[in-house]
Design a protein around this ligand. Structure first.
Ligand SMILES: [Ca+2]
Length: 147
């Protein structure tokens, strides 16, 4: 009884601490954007079509998304699953650029860049460009990307 009570306290503390860690901002450009890790979100994957690709050292892959007026958040998710390789994500919006972001930008070293970019008064509408870059890749690295 005593041990399970201690376990419960530890568990409650752990749960209470996690959001504080992942909610930290990783970038703020001064253009009204807020960028923070997206691990605390649970989005249905069905509304975010997934692309998969293959990248080599020094190569760039580009993805584009039309952001319609009134959109308040986009959630790019780049996942390559191998921490020995390093990919970066740079974003060009209609009024500026964000990044480059790397694995650590979302607070967790896990071969994934998972970000929540938001502006409650609306993100700039138009074509957003997402550039995936093979910063450190041995051979080739497969990945998936959704936004
Ligand atoms: Ca990461």
């Amino acid at each position: 009884m005593k041990i399970s009570g201690i376990c419960l306290i530890i568990l409650v503390c752990a749960v209470a601490l996690v959001p504080g860690v992942v909610a930290q901002n990783v970038d703020n450009t001064g253009n009204g954007y807020t960028v923070h890790p997206a691990y605390n979100l649970n989005l249905p994957s069905a509304i975010h079509p997934m692309s998969s690709g293959m990248i080599t050292l020094g190569e760039s892959d580009y993805y584009f998304r039309y952001v319609s007026p009134g959109t308040t958040a986009v959630v790019p998710d780049l996942n390559w699953g191998d921490t020995a390789d390093s990919l970066t994500l740079s974003i060009s919006t209609p009024n500026g650029s964000l990044g480059p972001f790397n694995d650590a930008s979302d607070g967790i070293d896990n071969a994934r860049i998972y970000l929540h970019i938001s502006n409650p008064s609306g993100l700039p509408s138009g074509i957003w460009e997402f550039r995936i870059y093979g910063e450190q890749v041995s051979g080739s690295q497969s990945y998936t990307f959704t936004v």
